[in-house]
Every structure is written in structure tokens, then in C-alpha cells.
Design a protein around this ligand. Structure first.
Ligand code: ATP
Ligand code: MG
Length: 442
């Protein structure tokens, strides 16, 4: 026997029936995002390293310590995508999408890669469901309306998945001017205190001082109590932007909470930033992050444009998916068709019972009913099989059934057994499946 090979640390297999729940969540995303006119984009899983270095920002955690970089045979430096916004913006620029009617609305679903310490809710390959709204011209009423539209879409998606206890933590990091003002004030406040800061924060004091606000250390949070506040350094435009966004979301009954220290890890955000955390998740509690970005499209070689988007961590979303949604996502399993094999008897009409079972299973599939033919499996194994596949019924075909033109049906829900005319088996099963799906939905 060869040595066993296991999935790489931080990666995992998703198996049935869990994959059916993933597919249902993704189908909900596709349906809801289409309601807002978003179309799907699929970008490559690896890109030039420089795309992320420039797009996500050298000082971000992602670029500074979490990227999977490799050199290909041609000596190019490539990176497995750690997030998808930079790639979407690259594609927007590469395909000249600025010349399409604006805005361009794109969503993606797919794997991302980060070299992090694996733990619950934190993997090295994980999946994100995200969307980006990108436009070179301001929308009627100004860009805050774009932020609002994206948040309404996100809120509807989570609502349709059955979440009812979520809150959008929201903040503004201001436009470029406001940020520069604030950055100077924050650095002036923190520099004399540098001794008391962690090594990470001292480094950030130079590279990205706003990120220090994000610190998880209680000691640093205490130091930050007296720090200048971002809201006091916003110019009038940024202040107005934030006011509009908050007002519109309130009118639309999106539950928001202003979170003044929220700055988010990526360098490209301007004005609105937001995050959704779930109480059910423990330490890795963020299920979604997002925000607006002015400057990223230009940074990646395009026309000046406004962008706003979000990324949901699908793995974490699935961990806290409401139980009723999960139950609804699991379709009823296939019916099981079993042959009663009695060697003492002679087969009727040259058709053995296993052959008849195979034929019946095919007939059911033609009628659109999922069926698994288990041949002449023992009763105990058939029950285990039915249980594992969540089969709504077991159909038994023996000699008696062949002779009489019937099928014996055992419904697994109530364990009742009845004899059904062979000619009536399709309508009978359709009725059964319909009643089960009604039960699940109600
Ligand atoms: P965290 O603070 O948990 O590291 P983040 O700020 O790095 O999150 P983003 O870059 O904003 O995360 O990505 C958006 C979402 O993707 C997160 O809210 C989270 O749900 C998910 N996510 C990020 N990193 C991972 C990971 N390593 N494994 C699983 N999900 C992840
Ligand atoms: Mg992270």
C-alpha cells in the first residue's frame, strides 16, 4: 500500500451533502445579484504579483505576509489571488469597460488563497462571494447612491438566506484629502507614544498609521482612547457622503451601526467602509467586508473611476447559515430501487429482478425522478443506503411484483409499505416528492 497523501494544511474537501448547501447559497447569490443587474465575472486564479502589490497595497497584511507567490518557468513572479477586487479592476481596465455604459456591475464566486495560520474559519484556500460596482461617471444623486445600492443588495442576499440578527458595522475613512489630514494628526499623537506600541504598530506608524486603530491589543486600545478622531478631520464632501449613505440605509431599514474605529485592512478604501460580523463565529467572526474605492482603477492604469464592493467569506457564511435555510437547501435524495433476488425461483419473461430494477430506475430518471439502483442488496444495506442518501422511498421489485405488474414501495418518512401498480409508479412518486418539498418549505 502506498503512503497516504492528505489535503494540504489549511485546505479541505467539501463533500456531499454539504456541497448541495454551498450550491444553494450560490444560487441565491446569483438570483439576488441579477435583480440588481450584476453579471458574473470569472478571473484567473493567479495573476502577476505586481497586481496585488499595487492593487491591495504593500502595507496591507495580505501583501506583506499572506500571499502565495511563486516563480513560473519563464521566471515571472506570480501570485495565487488572495482576494478578487484587484483582478476585477484589472479586467475592467484590460477590456476597456470604461467605454461601456456606466456603471459596470460584476460579481464573482470562487476560491482565494492566503498563507495564514489555519484555524476554525480561517483557511489557506477559502471561497468568497463578492460584487463590484465600477463607474467612471457619478450616478444621479452622487456616488453615495452606489454605496447604498451595493449594501441593499448585500442586505437582501443575507435576508433571503434567512439571517435576521445581523448588523452592518459601518464607518467612513474619508476621501484622500481627509485621510491625509487625519493621518498627520494621528502620527503626531502616536509618535511620542511609540515606545508603548507593539512592533507591528510601530511599523504601521510609518507604512499605514490608520491600521493601528484596528489593533486588537487592549493596551493599545487604551492608548488610542485619547487619539484624534477621524470624524473631526473629514472635509465637508466626505461628511456629506457619509451622511447620505447612513440616511438612505436607515430609510431602507438596513440595520447599521457606526463603528468609528473600523478602517479595514486593505489600502484602497476611501469614504465608506463596512464589515458584518456574526456572534456565532467566535474569533474569526467577520463574514463580510467591503467599501468604496476611488483611485484603485487609476492606480491599475485605467480612467479615474468610482468603485464600491464587498466580499463575503463563504466558508464562514456556511458555518452560521440558519438551520431552516440549510434544511431547505438539501434536496430530497434519490429513491432507491432494490431487486428481491430469490435464486430458488425462475425469472419470469427472461427478465431477472435485478434487470427489472435497472430498467425501472432508468424509467424513473426519464420521468425526472432521481433513482439509485442498488441491485439485490441485502435489506440492512439497503436501509443504510437509503438513510445515507436521505431517500424518500425504497422500491422493491421481486418475482411477485414482476408477475403482478406492481412495485412495493416503502416510504422512509412514515415507514409505511404499500403496493403500487407499476403503471402508476411515476405519478405516485411525483406526488410523494411534491408533498415532501412542501413540507420542507413550510
Ligand atoms: P479577518 O479579519 O478575519 O482576517 P479580512 O479582513 O482579512 O478578515 P477580507 O480581506 O475583508 O478579510 O475578506 C472578506 C471576507 O473573507 C472576510 O470577512 C472573511 O469572511 C473571509 N476571509 C478572509 N480571510 C479568510 C480565510 N483565511 N479563511 C476563510 N475566510 C476568510
Ligand atoms: Mg485577514
Amino acid at each position: 500500500m502506498g503512503k497516504r497523501i492528505q489535503a494540504v494544511k489549511g485546505t479541505r474537501d467539501l463533500l456531499p451533502p454539504e456541497t448541495a448547501v454551498w450550491a444553494a447559497v450560490e444560487a441565491t447569490a446569483r438570483r439576488v445579484f441579477a435583480l440588481y443587474g450584476f453579471g458574473e465575472i470569472r478571473t484567473p486564479i493567479f495573476e502577476e504579483t505586481e497586481l496585488f502589490a499595487r492593487g491591495v497595497g504593500e502595507s496591507s497584511d495580505i501583501v506583506s505576509k499572506e500571499m502565495y507567490n511563486f516563480t513560473d518557468r519563464g521566471g515571472r513572479s506570480l501570485t495565487l489571488r488572495p482576494e478578487n477586487t484587484a483582478s476585477v479592476v484589472r479586467a475592467y481596465v484590460e477590456h476597456g469597460m470604461h467605454s461601456l455604459p456606466q456603471p459596470v456591475k460584476l460579481f464573482y464566486i470562487g476560491p482565494q488563497f492566503r498563507a495564514e495560520k489555519p484555524q476554525k474559519g480561517r483557511y489557506r484556500q477559502f471561497s468568497q462571494i463578492g460584487a463590484e460596482w465600477i463607474g467612471t461617471r457619478a450616478t444621479a444623486g452622487g456616488n453615495p447612491r452606489a454605496d447604498v445600492e451595493v449594501l441593499l443588495m448585500l442586505w437582501r442576499f443575507l435576508g433571503d438566506l434567512g439571517f435576521s440578527d445581523l448588523v452592518v458595522q459601518i464607518n467612513t475613512v474619508g476621501d484622500a484629502e481627509s485621510r491625509a489630514n487625519y493621518r498627520a494628526a494621528l502620527v503626531a499623537y502616536l509618535e511620542p507614544l511609540a515606545e508603548q506600541l507593539s512592533e507591528d504598530s510601530r511599523r504601521r506608524l510609518v507604512t499605514n498609521p490608520l491600521r493601528i486603530l484596528d489593533s486588537k491589543s487592549p493596551a493599545e486600545q487604551a492608548l488610542l482612547e485619547g487619539a484624534p478622531k477621524l470624524v473631526d478631520h473629514l472635509n465637508e464632501a466626505s461628511r456629506g457622503h457619509f451622511r447620505t449613505v447612513l440616511g438612505e440605509l436607515q430609510k431602507a431599514q438596513v440595520r447599521t451601526e457606526v463603528s468609528p474605529r473600523l478602517v479595514r485592512g486593505l489600502d484602497y478604501y476611501t469614504n465608506t467602509v463596512f464589515e458584518i460580523v456574526s456572534a456565532g463565529l467566535g474569533a474569526q467572526n467577520a463574514i463580510c467586508g467591503g467599501g468604496a474605492y476611488e483611485g484603485l482603477v487609476e492606480e491599475l492604469g485605467g480612467q479615474p473611476a468610482y468603485g464600491v464592493g464587498f466580499a463575503i467569506g463563504e466558508d464562514r457564511l456556511l458555518d452560521v447559515l440558519p438551520a431552516a435555510t440549510r434544511a431547505r437547501a438539501l434536496p430530497p435524495g434519490p429513491v432507491i430501487v432494490r431487486a428481491l433476488f430469490d435464486a430458488k425461483r425462475t425469472p419470469v419473461e427472461a427478465l431477472s429482478t435485478p434487470e427489472a430494477a435497472t430498467q425501472l430506475a432508468e424509467e424513473l430518471r426519464t420521468a425526472g425522478i432521481a433513482a439509485v439502483d442498488v441491485g439485490a442488496e441485502s435489506p440492512a444495506r439497503t436501509f443504510a443506503h437509503a438513510d445515507h442518501l436521505r431517500a424518500p422511498a425504497i422500491l422493491v421489485l421481486g418475482e411477485d411484483e414482476l408477475i403482478n405488474g406492481t412495485v412495493t414501495v416503502r416510504t422512509t418518512g412514515d415507514r409505511a409499505q404499500r403496493v403500487v401498480e407499476r403503471a402508476q409508479i411515476v405519478p405516485y412518486l411525483k406526488q410523494l416528492l411534491l408533498s415532501l418539498s412542501l413540507e420542507v418549505k413550510s
